[in-house]
Design a protein around this ligand. Structure first.
Ligand code: UDP
Length: 443
């Protein structure tokens, strides 16, 4: 093993699916700016690294390194987005171990996505501290850390409408809002992974997360009692905005021409495409309402939306494959975010002060959705949990043209202010980030 310029070197293990690796790389970028004498190796699949390391800017001391994606020869991505994840997980931790070995480097620290419970043992073998990054919010983290407690209080496969009175801050949350694998489907590989993660995280040197303490004080307090080294350092996107948020489709100019708080912005993140049936219902609702809309659309618009829809809505609608979402949500014309409730999307909606219409699909999305609706009260769940024409029209009207909608906007404005304060010079997230910087400096 050799050392480059006798500098410290930290290994980073990214999780290459959904929007996990982006926030982890943002954290590493900011750390590399804050601790100038440290090199980072960013271990990730070649595919994910390729999309992350498109530009050299700001990445000088971060070296992308490849890990095997575990896919069988000739594998083709089908409709099930979980399939590549399952193959990948089967390849862990062996693929990371080999990649570290092949690098020939000696590391002084390990930073990983929190999902990688196996990193604790690897860090011990490497005799280095292990810092984890949980890329979602405090509620799913508490659920994962307390899974055994939840199972013993509620049992497995019980009624979906039973509430979690026994867990701090969870009296409005029902069993059916919990991520799959918590109290049902407990034997799936992903459920096992999350369960192990929850058990092992208390042993990490630090658990950083992309959230801020003021967002959910009771839950954060409960978490701190279980994870002594919890560091809320977010919303991190405010500290380290994405480098390539350019607006090639002209969304911002289009938004400039719409009235204040009038536009419905629609996106379901990087993984999900709703069923053809739901897409049709959503499109019909948008066409029937007077509100302008901006839709970040994955897939072939002509094939997937009703015939003639584009032509009939061209005056009030803009459909593009990708938008600079943080900037879009911060634009004064945007009045509502129709979202799958991925954590990054919820956070960016808070930063933009935009109420939400929630259509959660899997993972912690349902928990986020329920929290938005019943705890924070700045959004609604789509009626019946799926897009129908009438349900969608109703939700759009509540948020864009009712007093209730205005109240939601005020409520999310309060949380937006708290988010901005958290990352300000004297804020809680800044203090926590500085603590992390000091920890890394002392390695
Ligand atoms: N995003 C974007 N432009 C788009 C659609 C999505 O920049 O047109 C970004 C969005 O800002 C967010 C991420 O993709 O940071 C989606 O993350 P989230 O956690 O909400 O969902 P996931 O992709 O993990 O399902």
């Amino acid at each position: 093993a050799h050392r480059e310029n006798a500098q410290k070197h930290i290994a980073v293990f990214a999780f290459p699916f959904a929007t996990h690796a982006v926030p982890l790389l943002s954290l590493v970028r900011k750390l590399s700016e804050s601790v100038p004498d440290v090199n980072f190796s960013f271990f990730n699949t070649p595919q994910s690294n390729q999309s992350l390391f498109t530009k050299g800017n700001g990445f000088e001391r971060i070296e992308p390194r490849s890990v095997d994606n575990g896919l069988p020869e000739g594998f083709r991505i089908g409709r099930n987005p979980h399939e590549p994840v399952e193959y990948f997980l089967k390849a862990t931790p062996g693929n990371y171990k080999s990649a570290v070995e092949e690098s020939g480097l000696t590391f002084d620290g390990l930073i990983t996505d929190a999902l990688y419970w196996f990193a604790k043992e690897m860090a011990e073998e490497m005799r280095v501290p292990w810092v984890t990054y949980f890329t979602a919010g405090p509620r799913p983290l508490l659920v994962h850390v307390d899974t055994d407690n939840i199972r013993s209080c509620m049992g497995i496969n019980g009624p979906e409408d039973e509430t979690l009175e026994f867990l701090p801050g969870f009296s409005a949350i029902r069993s059916g809002d919990l991520p799959e694998g918590t109290v049902s489907g407990v034997d799936s590989p992903f459920a096992t992974l999350l369960h192990k993660m929850g058990q092992i995280l208390p042993h990490a040197s630090a658990v950083a997360m992309n959230s801020f303490e003021e967002i959910d004080p009771i839950v954060v307090q409960a978490l701190k009692s279980r994870l002594p080294n919890l560091l809320n350092i977010g919303p991190f996107i405010l500290k380290s905005p994405p480098p390539c948020g350019s607006d090639i489709h002209g969304c911002l100019e289009w938004l400039d021409q719409r009235p204040t708080s009038s536009v419905a912005y629609i996106s379901f993140g990087s993984v999900i495409t709703p069923s053809p049936h739901e897409l049709k219902a959503l499109a019909e609702a948008l066409e029937a309402c007077e509100f302008p809309f901006l839709w970040s659309f994955r897939g072939n618009v002509e094939e997937m939306l009703p015939e003639g829809f584009l032509e009939r809505t061209k005056e009030k609608g803009l459909i593009v494959p990708w938008v600079p979402q943080l900037t879009v949500l911060a634009h004064p014309s945007v009045g509502v975010f129709v979202t799958h409730c991925g954590w990054n999307s919820v956070t960016e909606s808070i930063i933009g002060g935009v109420p939400m219409i929630c259509r959660a699909f899997f993972g912690e999305q349902k928990l986020n959705q329920r929290t938005v609706e019943a705890v924070w009260e700045f959004g609604v769940t789509i009626e019946g949990g799926k897009f129908t024409k009438n349900g969608t029209m109703k939700a759009l009207k509540v948020i864009l043209s009712s007093e209730k909608g205005k109240l939601m906007r005020e409520k999310i404005g309060v949380l937006k202010q708290l988010a901005l304060e958290a990352v300000d010079t004297d804020g809680s997230s800044t203090a926590n980030f500085n603590f992390l910087v000091e920890f890394i400096t002392k390695l």
